[in-house]
Design a protein around this ligand. Structure first.
Ligand SMILES: [Zn+2]
Length: 171
């Protein structure tokens, strides 16, 4: 029987290697210019509404796409690490990752997990950014300067959640 994983076309400049931050990371073997697509994340899509904090903490690999819709990324996409000064963000479709600045061949790829999560999830961060947020939470807790830095490269649903929460907090 054929598995569906074999049908995914993985960009051949991507590879997993030892991360400079934590465990394994995702790297590019070719230069990617600011504004260019770095990759399109692939994996099965899963309908999922975490009931509580325990459920969102138990599924750290899932990447949010829309309200109640997640992707379970296949290798090597599953290895893309979080960083508080990331070199990637995500188009409105939630799967197309774009370079926020010029990326050199051999660089590790990172994005801000807050732009694709809306739940009680949280994660301590030990990245080497001078703007490290130390504790990372979902889109509703993203500081506005980070939102401005990534916008418009934030999935549509999470943009709407952020803006709604921002307005509520500034009434
Ligand atoms: Zn950090």
């Amino acid at each position: 029987m054929k598995t569906k994983i074999l049908d995914y076309q993985i960009e051949n400049h991507l590879y997993a290697d030892v991360s400079r931050i934590a465990g394994k990371g995702l790297f590019t073997s070719k230069e990617i210019k600011k504004g260019e697509v770095a990759f399109v994340m692939k994996g099965p899509q899963i309908k999922f509404h975490p009931k509580d904090r325990a459920e969102s903490m138990a599924t750290p690999n899932l990447v949010g796409l829309d309200d109640g819709l997640y992707m379970d990324p296949i290798s090597p996409y599953v290895f893309v690490n979080y960083h508080c000064d990331p070199n990637l963000a995500v188009e409105e479709d939630g799967v197309t990752y774009v370079a926020l600045r010029n990326i050199k061949a051999g660089d590790e790829l990172f994005f801000d997990y807050s732009i694709s999560e809306y739940s009680d999830w949280e994660m301590p961060c030990h990245c080497d950014s001078k703007n490290c947020r130390k504790m990372i939470r979902s889109i509703n807790e993203l500081p506005v300067d980070f939102f401005d830095k990534y916008f418009p490269f934030i999935p549509k649903y999470f943009q709407r959640v952020f803006i709604k929460k921002y307005i509520e907090n500034h009434k």
